[in-house]
Design a binder for this molecule. Structure first.
Ligand code: UFG
Length: 344
């Protein structure tokens, strides 16, 4: 019995694979290596002492996926594989719809035909848009996301809800807030391929001198210091939530709801400026920055009410912002030791 982890060599995927292996799950990874590198597999093995099965192919290739399902007794899936760059999704909408939705549908076809249940979907707080009140709980009304990327997440949720109801299967929709940090071993983290869009990888590279200055997108938001507020959740904490969500799905009885939805965040908002200062303090480094105009499509504030996950999964975020940011700096140092392989 194995768990299929798509995108299992990616940022959140690789951390989740480690937690699954540590909890004695058998893991089968499918990843097309479009946004990661092969050495992550070796590092997973170094951390856990176990080597998961790995297939390098694009999930849009249904015939290859069918072979994986033929070869393994798959009893659940955590689906991380997706394109995730917000800006790029606006420029390449059809590619985003194709990649993110066709791959999901291909897996669900296999699930449908083989009677498999237990599907965990990587969703995002982006499905809430700019919510009217904070913190955001799971009953907060959804708004049409601004980006194509966000729309693929909302559509993915709908496809899975229809799947669960029509075929009586269990699914869990996990809405991540802003994942940050790296593995404490410094062997896994977010690979900075190209110019980072997200705040923490950009801060990391600025502190390392790879980027000259951090651009802070706007200091005229109606927040305490004028910079936008998000809920930054440590990636290892986030990975553990997947194991808890999977265990709940696998143990649930037929009387329980078919669709679980959880916000995964810390419950605490931090401003861009607070993140920059916390990074400097945690790592005793300087992060030069300049204030720029707001970035198009950005919301002012988003932080989670994650009480439902605590109540039902027994999970809560444990790691402080400073601790998470320390792991980021250790990861950067690790990347510098292997800089020939990293595409900056
Ligand atoms: N920011 C900067 N400078 C940067 C990068 C980011 O000031 O160089 C600011 C942003 O303007 C924002 C905050 O830092 O206020 C966080 O930005 P990120 O790009 O790290 O994260 P977002 O909240 O914009 O993105 C998250 C998820 C996406 C999701 C999006 C929806 O990472 O997957 O929310 O809003 F689509």
């Amino acid at each position: 019995m194995a768990i299929l982890v798509t995108g299992g060599l990616g940022y959140i995927g690789s951390h989740t694979v480690v937690e699954l292996l540590n909890n004695n799950f058998e893991v089968v990874i499918v990843d097309d290596l479009s946004n990661t590198e092969r050495f992550i597999l070796k590092n997973i093995e170094e951390i856990t002492g176990k080597r998961p099965v790995f297939y390098p192919f694009d999930l849009k290739r249904r015939e290859l996926l069918t072979q994986v399902f033929d070869a393994h007794h798959i009893e659940g899936c955590i689906n991380f594989a997706a394109s995730k760059a917000v800006g790029e999704s606006q420029l390449k909408p059809i590619d985003y719809y194709e990649n993110n939705l066709f791959s999901l549908i291909n897996i669900l076809q296999e699930f449908k035909e083989r009677g498999i249940s237990n599907f965990i979907f990587s969703s995002s707080c982006t499905v809430y848009g700019q919510a009217d009140k904070m913190p955001i709980d799971e009953n907060t009304p959804l708004k049409m996301p601004e980006s194509v990327y966000g729309k693929t997440k909302q559509m993915g949720e709908e496809i899975l809800s229809d799947f669960a109801k029509a075929y009586q299967r269990k699914v869990s929709l996990l809405r991540y807030f802003n994942p940050i940090g790296a593995h404490p071993s410094a062997k896994l983290g977010e690979l900075p391929i190209g110019i980072p869009n997200n705040l923490v990888p950009y801060v990391m590279q600025t502190a390392a001198g790879v980027r000259e200055k951090l651009n802070i997108w706007g200091n005229d938001y109606p927040t305490e210091d004028g910079t936008a507020v998000r809920d930054y959740i440590y990636v290892v904490d986030l990975a553990k939530a997947h194991v808890a969500a999977l265990q709940k799905l696998m143990q649930s009885t037929s009387e329980e709801a078919l669709i679980d939805i959880y916000n995964l965040g810390t419950g605490k908002g931090s401003s861009v400026m607070e993140v920059v200062k916390a990074f400097e303090l945690a790592n005793i480094v300087e992060v030069p920055y300049q204030i720029c105009d707001r970035r198009e499509g950005d919301i002012t504030i988003a932080y989670a009410n994650a009480d439902k996950a605590e109540r039902e999964l027994g999970w809560k975020s444990e790691t402080s912002l400073e601790e998470a940011l320390k792991t980021v700096w250790e990861w950067q140092k690790y990347l510098e030791t292997r800089n020939t392989e990293i595409k900056l």
